[in-house]
Design a protein around this ligand. Structure first.
Ligand code: ATP
Ligand code: MG
Length: 454
């Protein structure tokens, strides 16, 4: 693995010897005679530095400090003519990778350099990997430009930036609670530390307790070894407790103590364990109702409720539907190697008027299925797997044997649309594929604006 090595020494014979050796090892060698020249040359292309301790214009330790401040990842190997334990210790303290005494064994030095370069490469790879891991959860990956989503995104960033810990995410199924939790974590100063995730309803109570808080050896029959729980593993990072409403009261008490004191005991343990982890809890349940019924502790409810983030249902931000549809068309074009260009205007209207009880997840699935099945360049209304919505579109309604009263049917549909939208004429019009003037005309025609009519 060829690298660029900076050799800093005022003795030209030593520079020459080192340059010969490291060129032979396949590296590019850059030379500097003074501290000043070394610091001028030290830049992003340098992978490793061999640094003489005694320089005409400065000492190696000072140069080392300056280099470490500029780029702590580049390994610096200090070379010196005389050995002194104190200097060696000080060099390592300042972040030197290694310390070699002159006259040095070139083979040994070559091995040290090789190891240092390998370590740096790995460290850089880990950094790049972390960055690419958090990238899918960057705030701009949350699709939505409606007012509620714009507000949500700025709130998520504020929450991420605040060190203050607990967050409660609320929203119907599929509104993006998982996504929001990860976005908070990966946009926060905790991003490089672990994100741990557990669904409270997925495990029996006793198991949930030991998963979360860990247990001591012998805590129960099967506990042959000590186990570190999720909270401890997430030290410095974030724990996401999904479906918090399903947690039993005994565990709720233990969680509350952790939120208040940052401490807990492992199952079967007597010592307090202290952990710094932000807790993000989520629920799609009515927690207030659970508190009333005594299933959820009121004190925990208030503790969690300090920072509440609500994820709006999709039907309340119809503006985002076309954005999401196009986003998922892009995603599945790539995944299925298709070239779908979009949805037809009728299909888009249908998608916008649908109620989306499963929210973004349902929309994603609907687009995925339509994309799998389509042969054409455009997604059509017929190709959309929205059973409820399609039954109410004219295309699939069959004329009964003995016919219908079209006028009465039209009136009935207008009444139902108004009922469903709580009397919002614009939204009702949307459900019927009409504009506001068209629905107003019908409201008047059928006398629906008179109080007794519906
Ligand atoms: N605003 C958004 N932009 C892009 N993708 C989104 C958005 N909201 C949700 N999604 C996607 O929708 C799917 C469902 O979201 P998520 O799993 O976060 O929902 P949830 O609220 O946790 O649902 P549940 O309550 O069922 O667990 C995921 O694939 C997620 O990436
Ligand atoms: Mg979820």
């Amino acid at each position: 693995m060829p690298a660029t090595v900076l050799v800093v020494d005022d003795e030209s014979l030593i520079r020459w010897t080192l340059a010969e050796r490291f060129s032979a090892d396949g590296h590019a060698v850059v030379e500097a005679e003074t501290a000043k020249a070394a610091l001028v040359r030290f830049g992003s292309d340098i992978d490793l530095v061999l640094l003489d301790f005694k320089l005409p214009d400065s000492d190696g330790l000072t140069v080392l400090k300056t280099m470490k401040a500029k780029d702590p990842d580049v390994p610096v190997i200090l070379l010196t003519a005389f050995s002194s334990i104190e200097t060696a210790v000080e060099a390592m303290k300042q972040g030197a990778y290694h310390y070699a005494n002159k006259p040095f064994n070139l083979d040994e030095l070559s091995l040290v350099v090789q190891k240092a370069l390998e370590t740096t490469r790995l460290r850089r790879e880990v950094k790049a990997l972390r960055a690419s891991q958090s990238e899918p959860y960057a705030i701009n990956r949350i699709v939505g430009e409606s007012a509620p989503m714009t507000a949500l995104k700025s709130l998520l960033l504020k929450v991420a930036a605040s060190p203050a810990s607990t967050v409660l995410l609320r929203g119907e199924s599929g509104t993006g609670k998982d996504l929001a939790a990860k976005t908070i974590h990966y946009s926060s100063a905790r991003a490089a530390k672990p994100f741990m995730n557990i669904t409270c309803s997925a495990l029996p109570d006793a198991l949930l307790e030991s998963e979360l808080f860990g247990h001591e050896r012998g805590a129960f029959t099967d506990a042959r070894q000590q186990k570190i729980g999720l909270l401890e593993s997430a030290d410095g990072g974030t724990v996401f407790l999904d479906e918090i409403g399903e947690m039993v009261p005994a565990l709720q008490a233990k969680l509350l103590r952790f939120l208040e004191e940052k401490a807990f005991k492992r199952v079967g343990g007597s010592a307090d364990v202290r952990v710094d982890a932000r807790v993000i809890a989520a629920t799609n349940r009515d927690l207030e109702e659970a508190v009333k019924q005594g299933r959820f502790r009121e004190d925990l409810y208030y503790r969690l409720n300090v920072m509440q983030v609500n994820l709006p249902p999709l039907r309340e931000r119809v503006l985002d539907v076309p954005l999401l549809v196009n986003h998922y068309i892009d995603v599945f074009n790539r995944e299925f190697r298709k070239q779908v260009r979009g949805a037809t205007p009728q299909a888009m209207e249908l998608l916008k008027s649908y109620r989306w009880p499963g929210n973004v997840r349902e929309l994603r699935n609907a687009v995925e299925r339509a994309m799998l099945l389509t042969e054409g360049e455009w997604l059509t209304a017929d190709g959309l797997p929205l059973s409820g919505a399609r039954a109410s579109t004219a295309q699939t309604m069959e004329l009964p044997e003995d016919g219908v009263n079209l006028d009465a049917l039209e009136r009935e549909l207008v009444v139902q649309a108004l009922k469903r939208t709580g009397g919002n004429q614009t939204k009702a019009a949307g459900l019927l594929g009409l504009n506001r003037d068209q629905i107003r005309y019908r409201i008047e025609k059928f006398g629906l604006d008179k109080p007794a009519a519906t």
